[in-house]
Design a protein around this ligand. Structure first.
Ligand SMILES: NC(=O)c1ccc[n+]([C@@H]2O[C@H](COP(=O)([O-])OP(=O)(O)OC[C@H]3O[C@@H](n4cnc5c(N)ncnc54)[C@H](O)[C@@H]3O)[C@@H](O)[C@H]2O)c1
Ligand SMILES: O=CCCC(=O)C(=O)O
Length: 523
């Protein structure tokens, strides 16, 4: 049941000040009114998180794995109510949200399995060498521990998989960090349901109440209070470039600066290599239109630019893509503000010299509708106007005609950091594509061949990250098991007696962790 309250530890808290959820499909307000958390609530959530930290981080990998599995089971136990509420608050269709719930629970279970494998703790021993000359070597044992309480900002565009129990929360909890979530104000009911599920899982597993809390409200001050609370030691965020940068600035200005892992802005370039374009231009054009319009284009992996060599094959590609975009039905966008920003971005592109509108999607009569838009320009225009390369969040994309492969490389060199970069190529293109690879490696976190960037696999090898402004820290990922690394730090124990050591680095290895001893795997 959703009543507009929010969990601070084991309590559900209600406040007089309220805000409302809106159904972007109808424009109507959705019941109930939601309490706006106060800065005192933030402080209490952070105090409880700090109190829970030492106990939670020392739970065994098995106990934390069982807790993550319990969170997944509690989310599944919410049944249809969760998907229905998320549909009403986001305008996203049932199939997408059912899939997203599966991804969210699968992600929690993936981290449970990762915890049980144990290598994430990087237990490493340098055994003592008492007789070494000129100096003996001490007994050195390293493991990685949780960094401390983590603030997580729910994203608007994935109300489940990048929100309250999404990848940032799952990886922080897996690391042993208590989490305080700032819910996204566009889906407060979905947020409350998932937060209640986590609260239940904390109680069911007998963990300290401060392992999880939630604050809700539309004002930036709430997020600012959370990021600047001295007990918070790291931040996970997915959203706008402006929002991410504001949080980075706040975190850096603290007396104790902390890392912010913000995933912000990416236009995900796609290069059409000549042989592939000649052999299967029509299929590529249809695939492109499908990827750019998926979910009204509200994916951080949306292909915002496609680059090909000018000529008949590119013209044919443009015609087919334009037909597909014209046939695309308008789709409900997440919020009126996001739709307004999208329309503004499309209008700005329409007003640019040297940029041609190739097609717009079908017009509709509903509320908060986004119409797909496909543009074309040439490399020189794109290179001459940095504004054209800014992300337009939604189903808008630009086809860029280059005169040759050197110009393709010049275009790629000019791009900011990206989450993804894609090459469409056939065997005959491989040699010509070789010089692209070092450029793309410098620019992007994930390089794809013959696929489309939307639809991120949640797995061990995945990188959902990349150089600025794709993220604020290119060394990490927010999807996949490697996301746990953001919330861990190494500690070395020198000559501590076994009885004083944490269990993870005791000689008897009570958690049965994989260990590296004197540079080699133990078994
Ligand atoms: N690239 C992506 O994956 C992605 C995803 C969602 C939104 N966006 C972009 O962001 C725009 C707005 O959408 P949104 O509401 O989801 O993102 P947003 O960045 O505006 O807000 C995300 C969260 O951060 C908080 N926040 C934002 N600015 C803050 C600040 N200065 N101080 C403290 N907290 C702050 C908000 O309250 C919210 O909880 C979209 O139009 C789109 O351009 C991009
Ligand atoms: O919007 C950001 C995440 C995109 C994603 O996870 C996907 O494309 O599957």
């Amino acid at each position: 049941m959703i009543d507009g309250s929010f969990p601070i530890g084991a309590r559900m808290v209600s406040r007089d000040q309220g805000f409302e959820a809106h159904n972007p499909t109808t424009g109507e307000t959705i019941e109930p009114r939601f309490s706006v958390s106060t800065t005192e609530d933030v402080a209490e959530a952070c105090a409880l998180a700090a109190k829970a930290f030492d106990t939670f981080r020392e739970t065994s990998p098995e106990d934390r794995a069982a807790f993550l599995e319990e969170v997944a089971s509690q989310i599944e136990a919410l049944g249809d109510e969760l998907v229905e509420r998320a549909m009403a608050e986001s305008g996203l269709p049932q199939a997408r949200l059912t899939g997203e719930r599966g991804r969210t629970c699968g992600q929690l279970r993936m981290f449970a399995a990762h915890l049980r494998r144990g290598d994430w703790m990087n237990v490493t021993f340098d055994t003592p060498l008492p007789d070494r000359q000129p100096l003996p070597r001490p007994d050195l044992r390293q493991r990685r521990i949780a960094v401390g309480p983590v603030a997580v900002f729910g994203a608007s565009n994935f109300p489940l998989a990048f929100s309250v129990a999404g990848g940032d929360t799952a990886s922080a909890l897996a690391a042993g960090c208590p989490v305080v979530v700032k819910g996204h104000p566009a889906h407060p009911g979905t947020t409350e349901l998932v937060a209640r599920a986590i609260q239940k899982a904390v109680a069911a597993k007998g963990l300290p109440e401060g392992v999880f809390s939630l604050v809700q409200g539309p004002a930036n001050e709430l997020g600012a209070a959370l990021v600047t609370d001295p007990r918070i030691k790291a931040v996970g965020f997915t959203g706008s470039r402006a929002g991410g940068l504001a949080l980075v600035a706040l975190a850096q200005a603290r007396p104790e600066p902390i890392p912010v892992y913000a995933e912000m802005s990416s236009i995900n370039p796609v290069v059409l290599m000549p042989a592939a374009l000649a052999a299967r231009g029509e299929a590529l054009a249809k695939g492109y239109a499908g990827s750019m319009t998926l979910g009204a284009g509200q994916f951080c992996t949306n292909p915002g630019i496609v680059i090909g060599i000018a000529g008949d094959d590119l013209d044919a590609f443009a015609r087919t893509a334009a037909e597909a975009v014209e046939a695309a039905q308008p789709q409900v966008m997440l919020t009126a503000a996001i739709q307004g920003a999208y329309d503004q971005g499309v209008d700005a592109l329409e007003g640019k010299n040297g940029v041609t509108l190739l097609a717009k999607g079908a017009e509709g009569t509903g509320c908060t509708l986004g119409r797909a838009a496909l543009f074309r320009t040439d490399a020189q225009t794109f290179l001459g106007d940095p504004e054209i390369s800014q992300e337009v969040f939604g189903a808008a994309s630009i086809l860029i005609a280059a005169k040759d492969m050197d110009e393709v490389i010049a275009l790629l060199e000019r791009l900011e950091g990206q989450l993804t970069a894609t090459i469409q190529l056939d065997d005959a293109d491989v040699e010509a594509a070789e010089p692209l690879l070092p450029v793309l490696e410098r620019k992007a976190g994930r390089i794809l061949a013959n696929g489309w960037p939307t639809g991120v696999e949640v797995s061990t090898a995945m990188v959902h990250g990349g150089p600025f402004p794709a993220t604020s820290d290119p060394r990490t990922t927010s999807v996949g098991t490697a996301a746990i690394e953001r919330f861990l730090r190494p500690v070395c124990y020198q000559d501590l007696p076994d009885g004083l050591l944490p269990k993870a680095v005791r000689s008897a290895n009570p958690f049965d962790l994989p260990r590296t001893i004197d540079g080699s795997p133990e078994n």
